[in-house]
Design a protein around this ligand. Structure first.
Ligand SMILES: *Cc1c(COP(=O)(O)O)cnc(C)c1O
Length: 379
């Protein structure tokens, strides 16, 4: 089955109880045993739940992996994956990852003795030089949040394989519709399904997809042991969202390419970050490893003092964190999504206070351009 079909039919969907076409929400904490030691496959919802299972199997199929796991949030998924390591282990991580990822690694996990090096991932030699005897994992995010930097997945997966490191990718920005990291050699895929997979800004949730039985067992052990799993209702919302992922991604990126072209020509705009633009430094790699350029755009104004006026000037774009929903959003990474990064660190990696990030929604592109036009007129 092809992607669009899997999005709607993957997993063990036909409801065995009443033939419900839409898989039910099994809103139960516990399941009756048929006899001592004998269940119908489920005993307690932290360990496993039928609604969550259909979602997990669906995401695994879409990513082309072995098994999927659904979590309460993207951060719960990440926290679970990083617990595959132990004190004394070292991780090489992209230097411009999501702010919450940076905070989890730099401010939380270091307290437990896990070590991190944050490295710009666009250079093989730089990555190889960061490898230490205790390095166990390499963590990338591409396209990155919020700078839309592109990492060559195959290159990183090759390094990971040759040095026996676990290769982990945060595939939130692309979604499996546009990017298949497992085909390119990554070992684990992480998602904030809060974003494109759910696609309607009505849930926070996460996912992990594995590539081997050993990894699947370990991730399930941690998901159950740490209690980081997704609820049945949230799982159901993400499952419903995924049914339209393919058509939504098409419209997101169609609108985004119109908006990016508009911004490039705008006299008040200094620089536009969108991997679909020919002059984007990662354009060629993105074109090689993605089947489209996605719906996220960042830009910098020429007059940096005008950022606040422009942010306040939007009427249709909502000033809000998050991304990947039907409604277009605008946000200021410096004070919002990436405020958890220390200022000097943010500035060295290029997440400056002048940066504005757009999540391009599913509205009519003309209306989006009209809103940008009037907001940018305040610059
Ligand atoms: C939002 C986000 C996360 C964190 O996910 P939550 O669902 O908010 O916990 C992780 N990575 C990326 C790239 C994100 O955009």
């Amino acid at each position: 089955m092809k992607f669009e079909t899997l999005s709607i039919h993957a997993g063990d969907r036909p409801d065995s109880a009443y033939n419900a076409v839409c898989f039910p929400i099994y809103q139960t904490s516990t399941f009756m045993f048929d006899d001592i030691g004998k269940t119908k496959g489920f005993d307690y919802s932290r360990t496993s739940n039928p609604t969550r299972k259909v979602l997990e199997d669906t995401i695994a199929r879409l990513e082309g992996g072995k098994a999927g796991f659904a979590f309460a949030t993207g951060m719960a998924a990440e926290a679970t994956v990083i617990h595959l390591l132990e004190a004394g282990d070292h991780v090489i991580c992209g230097d411009d990852v999501y702010g919450g990822t940076y905070r989890l690694f730099a401010d939380v996990m270091t307290k437990f003795g896990v070590e991190f090096s944050f490295v710009r991932m666009n250079n093989r030699q730089r990555i190889e030089e960061a490898i230490r005897p205790n390095t166990k994992m390499v963590w990338i995010e591409t396209p990155s949040n919020p700078l839309l930097n592109i990492v060559d997945i195959e290159m990183v997966a090759g390094i990971a394989r040759s040095k026996n490191l676990l290769g982990v990718i945060d595939n939130t920005f692309a979604s499996p519709y546009l990017q298949k990291p497992i085909d390119l050699g990554m070992d684990l895929v992480v998602h904030s399904t809060t974003k494109y997979l759910n696609g309607h800004c009505d849930v926070v949730s996460g996912a992990v997809v594995t590539t081997t039985d050993t990894l699947s067992e370990k991730v399930h052990f941690l998901q159950n042991g740490m209690g980081t799993c997704a609820s049945p209702f949230d799982s159901w919302l993400v499952l419903r969202g995924i049914e339209t992922l393919a058509v939504r991604m098409e419209r997101h990126q169609q609108n985004a390419s119109i908006v990016a072209s508009y911004l490039v020509e705008h006299p008040a705009v200094e620089k536009v970050f969108y991997p679909g633009l020919k002059n984007h430094p990662g354009h060629e790699i993105a074109a090689k490893q993605m089947s489209g350029f996605g719906g996220m755009i960042s830009f910098i104004l020429k007059e940096r003092s005008n950022v606040e006026d422009v942010l306040r000037g939007f009427e249709l774009f909502a000033l809000a964190e998050s991304l990947g929903g039907a409604a277009s959003l605008v946000e200021h990474p410096g004070t919002m999504s990436h405020a958890s990064m220390p200022l000097d660190y943010r500035q060295t990696v290029g997440i400056t206070d002048e940066l504005i990030r757009l999540s391009i929604g599913l509205e009519n592109a003309d209306d989006l351009i009209d809103d940008l036009k009037q907001a940018l007129a305040k610059a």
